[in-house]
Design a protein around this ligand. Structure first.
Ligand code: NDP
Length: 319
């Protein structure tokens, strides 16, 4: 049997973090290999207009932006491969990674690994919510990305954690009215964040309230909600529906080797760098970021990871 392929730099994930890491690593002649994962392009493939990524004065749609990033990475000879990393072994000096399932999985060895596996937004799972999300009809999981489209309008946001509070405060600056749907009789968010949203005049908080459906064929027209104590249903007129009920970082396969926090995010063991608790393994993007979660911050940390990986190899006399 032939010995596994050995690469300098293996990048797992193909969102803005992964492709930016690839651009930097390729330009540093590290000959990166990038595995795209189950959702090539990452979360931006679910986004219509991206208006906040620097360098696109007219905005760009998410899938197009990811194609641009991929082409830029390929221009410097990044080896972009389709494949799903299912297992890793970071116990030795050389990091082992398996691509594919079961007996047909192929084993690859890497001197450095950059993890850019991202996080997935949680959705309520309502048919109307997913349908309107998929057609760009006014359902979003990112207020900072999409709030601008609802200037002067009425929107509804579901969730009661720090993210929901932060997003509601952001939306309140742009929108006429923001209605927050909280499913219990209290919020999960920190007291400081709760205090902030409760002090904003155009935010109305509805407790014990759940979403029944998002109304609208082509775009959001209203949100049907139900009080889970009284059973009363109400239609809230709104043009935007924001879901802020948390994210799941895609880090499960690393749990035996990398330090993860209680929600599964990779711990940034050396703040201000992309280092993890394992030498030669670097984080980038939303898999380690529960605060900013932006394409541009993901891209920035992808750059950091490639530079850190290059310095790591250089210090070992390997590059
Ligand atoms: P959280 O898991 O903290 O909160 C999720 C919220 O969504 C909860 O209030 C939960 O309700 C609600 N929820 C979940 N599922 C549903 C559902 N099906 N229907 C209605 N509501 C639902 O996620 P966040 O993204 O807010 O925060 C994640 C982490 O990131 C936290 O540790 C937070 O502190 C941190 N963070 C920090 C920020 C900062 O410091 N600036 C900013 C943003 C996040 P319930 O409470 O009833 O379970």
């Amino acid at each position: 049997m032939s010995s596994p392929e050995l690469v300098n730099c293996l990048i797992i994930g193909s969102g803005p973090a992964g492709f930016t890491a690839a651009i930097y690593a390729a330009r540093a002649d590290m000959k990166p290999v990038l595995y795209q994962g189950a959702q090539p392009g990452g979360q931006l493939m679910e986004t219509t207009d991206v208006d906040n990524f620097p360098g696109y004065p007219e905005g760009i749609n998410g899938p197009q932006m990811m194609m641009d990033l991929e082409n830029q990475a390929k221009r410097f000879d990044t080896d972009v491969r389709s494949g799903w990393v299912t297992k890793v072994d970071f116990s030795g000096d050389i990091h082992k990674v398996w691509v594919g399932e079961g007996d047909s999985a192929s084993e690859i060895h890497a001197k450095t690994v950059i993890i850019s596996t991202g996080a997935s937004a949680k959705w309520l799972g309502l048919e109307s919510e997913i349908r309107l999300r998929d057609i760009g009809g006014g359902v979003s999981a990112c207020a900072v990305c999409d709030g601008f489209f609802y200037r002067g309008q009425d929107v509804v946001i579901v969730g009661a954690g720090d993210s929901a509070c932060e997003e509601a405060s952001y939306l309140a600056k742009l929108c006429n009215k923001v209605t927050m749907l909280v499913r219990r009789d209290e919020m999960r968010a920190s007291k400081a964040m709760q205090y902030r949203v409760k002090g904003i005049d155009n935010i109305e908080i509805l407790y014990n309230t759940e979403t029944v459906e998002v109304i609208g064929d082509e775009a959001v027209e209203a949100v049907k909600v139900k009080n889970n104590i009284t059973g009363d249903e109400t239609d809230l007129i709104a043009t935007g529906f924001f879901v802020a009920i948390g994210h799941t970082p895609n880090t499960l396969i690393f749990k035996d080797f990398l330090e993860l926090d209680d929600q599964g995010y990779i711990v940034q063991t050396h703040p201000g760098t992309s280092l993890t608790n394992i030498e030669g393994v670097f984080w980038s993007g939303d898999c380690a970021d529960k605060i900013y979660k932006q394409a541009v911050t993901a891209a920035g940390s992808g750059c950091m990871a490639a530079l850190d990986a290059e310095r790591y190899l250089a210090a070992k006399g390997d590059h």
